[in-house]
Design a protein around this ligand. Structure first.
Ligand code: COA
Length: 384
């Protein structure tokens, strides 16, 4: 039985900042941010947006009534959770009008969460071939104003329907993974921003890729030539390239040049949005499927990495009708129809939050879903 991703949706906030303007405001060379880090724009969430509202938006873009009827599993992967106890997935039952006979919960393991969800959903479909699963990656990446990580912030959500009809990407069940207790990045429960040993996290990311690539080749008797592209978790778009460089000299120059070309297609959207944390790999997949010359039956290798740390390298085969199952026009419109805000306005929004007893004026809301009020310390969400 074929199992994998049937459709993918995407959401990113309406507002963004220009990375050159950010560099100037931080007295940095613009080339460091645009070339050295590899970003152009950074999504800035509104005060009424969070992991829940963005997850609802990305899911709303793809879910039909038929999908909703057949959903048996809903997993939200997030490291920007809105509650220490209640799962983001529960709010979505109401916002998306989902049935109650569904297992709904949240997974956390830094940027690996959505991959854990995807693998779990694949197992679920193997046991329940008539059902569907919804796996959502939803995050706001925050390091703080004037920190080294600030240039690698971002926000957005990727929603994937997993089923026995994998029109977008068939998952072959070939996967190598590893987990190790590492202090490269963390966010204590008291803090809204992450702490990172930036250079160390780069080093571990690269080491995990090298180890897993060796393991994957030995386990499945493959070489780089078997893959049309290698897609990476991209906290910033230079990162995947650093890991890919470890292949230089080990594979033919022609193959390396081709993989580099494919990589460029996979980072086009990431450059416009910034870090999605657990959604970053899947935004890279979307970017690649929309912006490259990839064809159905091409084989892709995906590298998922979550600080802390878990890494997984797995492969997928591009589905028969992948473009028809991705809302290409909506995604392109979402990215092109945004508002640039000033660095001063971004700094302002960054500090804002809704307090207990406060509510949001719905006429100021740009999307379909929003945090409408906090009442008795409970977050109340609404749809327009
Ligand atoms: N033109 C072009 N490139 C330039 C440049 C210029 N004027 N000035 C600097 N650069 C390059 C540097 O050579 C470097 O490239 P390299 O990484 O290929 O060596 C890159 O820009 C970044 O410069 P660096 O001095 O290392 O930046 P930094 O000390 O500000 O830290 C991060 C960068 C990524 C470590 C930091 O943003 C961070 O901590 N991010 C959060 C953690 C993270 O994203 N981890 C990823 C793993 S999940």
């Amino acid at each position: 039985m074929d199992i994998g991703i049937e459709k993918i949706g995407f959401y990113t906030p309406k507002n963004y900042i220009d990375i050159v303007e950010l560099a100037k405001a931080r007295n940095q060379e613009p080339d460091k941010f645009t070339i050295g880090i590899g970003q152009d724009k950074q999504a800035v969430p509104a005060v009424y947006e969070d992991a829940v509202t963005m997850a609802a938006e990305a899911s709303h873009q793809i879910l039909t009534d038929d999908d909703k009827k057949n959903l048996g599993l809903l997993i939200v992967g997030s490291e920007s959770s809105v509650d220490e106890s209640k799962a983001a997935a529960l709010f979505l039952i109401d916002l998306l009008d989902l049935p109650e006979n569904i297992r709904a919960f949240e997974i956390k393991e830094a940027c690996y969460g959505a991959t854990a969800g995807l693998q779990m959903a694949t197992d679920y479909i193997a046991a329940h071939p008539d059902k569907k699963a919804l796996v959502i990656a939803s995050d706001i990446a925050r390091y703080g104003i004037n920190t080294p990580g600030e240039v690698t912030q971002g926000a957005g959500s990727v929603a994937m329907v997993v089923s026995a009809n994998p029109q977008v990407l068939k998952l072959e069940g070939k996967s190598s993974f590893m987990s190790r207790n590492v202090g490269d990045f963390w966010r204590p429960t008291f803090s809204k921003t992450a702490f990172a040993r930036g250079k160390y996290s780069n080093q571990i990311y690269i080491e995990f890729f090298e180890t897993l690539w060796k393991q994957y080749q030995a386990e499945f008797s493959v070489s780089a030539d078997d893959f049309k592209a290698m897609l990476f978790h991209i906290p910033y778009t230079k990162m995947g390239k650093k890991a890919m460089r470890t292949l230089q000299g080990k594979i033919s120059d022609a193959k390396y040049a081709q993989l580099e070309k494919e990589y460029q297609a996979s980072i086009l959207f990431g450059r416009q949005v910034g870090n999605l944390y657990t959604g970053s790999l899947y935004l890279g997949l979307l970017s690649y499927l929309i912006n490259s010359d990839v064809k159905s039956a091409d084989q892709l290798l995906l590298f998922s990495y979550g600080s802390g740390a878990v890494g997984e390298l797995y492969s997928g085969i591009v589905g028969d009708d992948f473009k028809a199952n991705i809302p290409v026009a909506e995604i392109k419109a979402l990215l092109s129809d945004r508002n640039k805000i000033s660095i001063a306005d971004y700094e302002d929004v960054f500090q804002q939050s809704i307090s207990d007893g406060e509510s949001v004026d719905p006429t100021t809301v740009s999307g379909h879903f929003y945090l409408s009020e906090i009442k008795e310390n409970e977050r109340i969400y609404s749809k327009k």
